[in-house]
Design a protein around this ligand. Structure first.
Ligand SMILES: [Zn+2]
Length: 139
C-alpha cells in the first residue's frame, strides 16, 4: 500500500517510526497509541496510516478500517482497564479543537462520577431546527 505522509506531521513521524509513541494496536491501515496529554487515563488515539487531515475527507475504506480499529481498541480498554464507558470523538478542524492535522479518533475512557463531556445544552426552537434542516439538506 502506498502510504502518503506529511514530513511536518507528528502522527506521520510516529507512523514512519521516526518519533516514539506508546503503541497499543496496529494493523495494515491504522495505528493506535496513548495520547501523551490524556483527558483521562487510557485516552487513546486511532489514526489512519496515510496522512489525511480531515475526517470529512476520508475515503470509505480508510473510514471503515479506522472505526473497526477504534471498536477493537475500545474493547481492549474496557477489558484491560476496567473502563465503564468510552467517549468516541473526532475533532474536525482547528475551530473544533483539532490540534494535529492528521485525522484521529479519540477514545476517552470514562468512569462513574466523571463529568459528562457535553454539558450546558439548551433545547432548540423547532423553527430554528427546521431552518437548519433545510439549509443542510435542500438544494
Ligand atoms: Zn500525518
Amino acid at each position: 500500500m502506498d502510504l502518503h505522509h506529511d514530513p511536518s506531521c507528528p502522527f506521520c513521524l510516529i507512523e514512519e517510526g521516526k518519533a516514539p509513541a506508546f503503541l497499543i494496536h496496529n494493523d495494515a491501515r491504522t495505528m493506535s497509541f496513548l495520547d501523551i496529554r490524556p483527558f483521562a487515563e487510557g485516552h487513546t488515539l486511532v489514526i489512519p496510516r496515510i496522512h489525511i487531515e480531515l475526517f470529512s475527507d476520508l475515503d470509505h475504506d480508510t473510514l471503515a478500517s479506522l472505526f473497526i480499529a477504534a471498536s477493537e481498541v475500545a474493547r481492549l480498554l474496557k477489558r484491560r482497564l476496567g473502563v465503564d464507558g468510552i467517549n468516541v470523538l473526532v475533532n474536525e478542524g482547528k475551530v473544533a479543537g483539532q490540534v494535529v492535522p492528521h485525522v484521529h479518533i479519540h477514545l476517552i475512557p470514562r468512569k462513574p462520577g466523571n463529568e459528562p463531556i457535553f454539558t450546558e445544552r439548551v433545547q432548540a426552537e423547532e423553527s430554528t431546527l427546521e431552518d437548519l434542516r433545510q439549509k443542510i439538506t435542500v438544494g
